[in-house]
Design a binder for this molecule. Structure first.
Ligand code: RM4
Ligand code: MN
Ligand code: MN
Length: 422
């Protein structure tokens, strides 16, 4: 659907921006500073979000889906082109295993991209039926450890600075294994991997309450991830995947707590209605996304330099599987939603908020958030994309759909096997 911005043409978009900028300036907002922050935002897209995926019932293939990691980067370059803020792509090993990672890196760079977080896969092998790092058999733990060490080597070649870890480890029945022993095995394996990290590389530890394990998961919540990180050392940080919480969890409070402890490594953005649904971020609960960004902006603007630096180093990544929706458009929509949530969070009058908090003005304090959230930031983001040099600043998704790219890849990638869940 064309937005009002495109319907009325470029000049109208400019006019709408001028009106908004004046309104914001009158509210005491430094519009240039807001734009600078929005231009500095980076969102990493996941290579696996470009391949076919599905549920355990069915994977519905799509035309033109990449057949190899090189083509995934070509699709990711489209997302970056139209949004202006997606310069890197996370890869998953072995889904994205290639003979020559140096060549993949060059390919990415030629497209104006870089290779981002490396995600080892220690859940899709027969050996991992009882777990990987917590497996009762030392041979399997060794295999999982070696795979993670191999991923650190790959990261050195690709120039990646994040080793992103998610484990399917857990048990399905009470009594199946010993909780404390599994925890000890986890500490040992993670310790060995941690010690192999070169300086400057961060390990990010993801948690998830259930699935595929249905009784107990070894890294089950942010508390256990934080505990592990604290035992490991400063290069270990927690990764918050928005779909990895039980219903009703206050995710923004977790974010604030981790930021305050200097242990928020990054995000896997997505959205969900029920569990780990991996839907387009901001499609179900955009208000939660906004509140999360409010915490990030607050930490970035904190008077404490360490907190500021920690917030500025947060890695913003998407982790989504677009099962039935077209992949590149879904990715573009996701990135736009992230940018929108950040833009709104940047409009919160933090000084006034503080005053009202101190005064116990509950409704007044809340109103400042509501006012920011209700602001239509589309003209501001269009202006930001224009300044970033995007080809269709007012309507990136519409312009991508009209570009003919989807038709071209459907034709060009007819032969061969599409990448997807193996
Ligand atoms: C998990 C988790 C991981 C992702 C895998 C494929 O649920 O979110 O980040 O790598 O799925
Ligand atoms: Mn994830
Ligand atoms: Mn997940």
């Amino acid at each position: 659907m064309a937005s009002s911005l495109t319907r009325n043409g470029k000049d109208t978009a400019k006019e709408q921006y001028r009106v908004l900028a004046d309104t914001l300036a009158a509210r005491g907002i430094d519009v240039e500073a807001v734009k600078d922050r929005l231009k500095r935002q980076a969102v990493e897209t996941p290579s696996w979000g470009y391949g076919n995926s599905g549920t355990r019932f069915r994977v519905f293939g799509q035309p033109g889906v990449p057949r190899n990691p090189f083509e995934k980067f070509e699709d990711a370059a489209q997302v970056h082109r139209y949004t202006g803020i997606c310069p890197s792509v996370a890869i998953h090993i072995p889904w994205d295993k290639v003979d020559d990672f140096g060549a993949l890196r060059q390919h990415a760079e030629r497209l104006g991209l870089r290779i981002g977080a490396i995600n080892p896969n220690v859940f899709q092998d027969e050996d991992y039926k009882l777990g990987s790092m917590c497996h009762p058999d030392a041979r399997v733990r060794r295999k999982a450890t070696d795979h993670m060490l191999e991923c650190i080597e790959i990261a050195k070649t690709t120039g990646s600075s994040i080793l992103s870890l998610w484990f399917a480890d857990g048990t399905n029945y009470p009594g199946q294994d010993d909780f404390r022993e599994r925890k000890h095995r986890m500490e040992e394996v993670l310790g060995e991997v941690y010690r192999a990290l070169p300086p400057g590389m961060r390990m990010m530890l993801e948690y998830k309450p259930f699935e595929p394990a249905f009784y107990a998961t070894d890294l089950f919540d942010w508390g256990i991830s934080l505990l592990m990180c604290q035992k490991l050392g400063p290069q270990a940080q927690v990764l918050v995947d928005l779909g990895h919480h039980l219903q009703g969890t206050n995710v923004e409070q977790i974010v604030a707590t981790l930021l305050d402890e200097g242990r928020l490594g990054g995000f896997h953005f997505n959205d969900r209605k029920y569990a780990d649904d991996d839907l387009i971020v901001g499609s179900i609960n955009p208000y939660q996304l906004f509140l999360i960004f409010c915490e990030l902006v607050a930490a970035e603007q904190s008077s404490d330099a360490t907190r500021r630096a920690g917030a500025q180093a947060v890695a913003y990544m998407l982790d989504q599987s677009h099962n039935i929706e077209r992949k590149i458009p879904a990715m573009i929509r996701s990135v736009l939603n992230v940018h929108t949530a950040l833009a709104k969070a940047l409009l919160v009058d933090r000084a006034a908020l503080r005053e009202r908090q101190q005064a116990g003005d509950i409704v007044g304090a809340n109103s400042l958030l509501v006012e920011a959230y209700e602001t239509d930031v589309r003209p501001l983001l269009a202006q930001v994309r224009e300044e970033l040099g995007c080809p269709a600043p007012a309507d990136p998704l519409g312009a991508f759909l009209a570009s003919g790219y989807l038709e071209r890849i459907a034709e060009a990638r007819k032969e061969g096997v599409a990448a997807g869940w193996g």
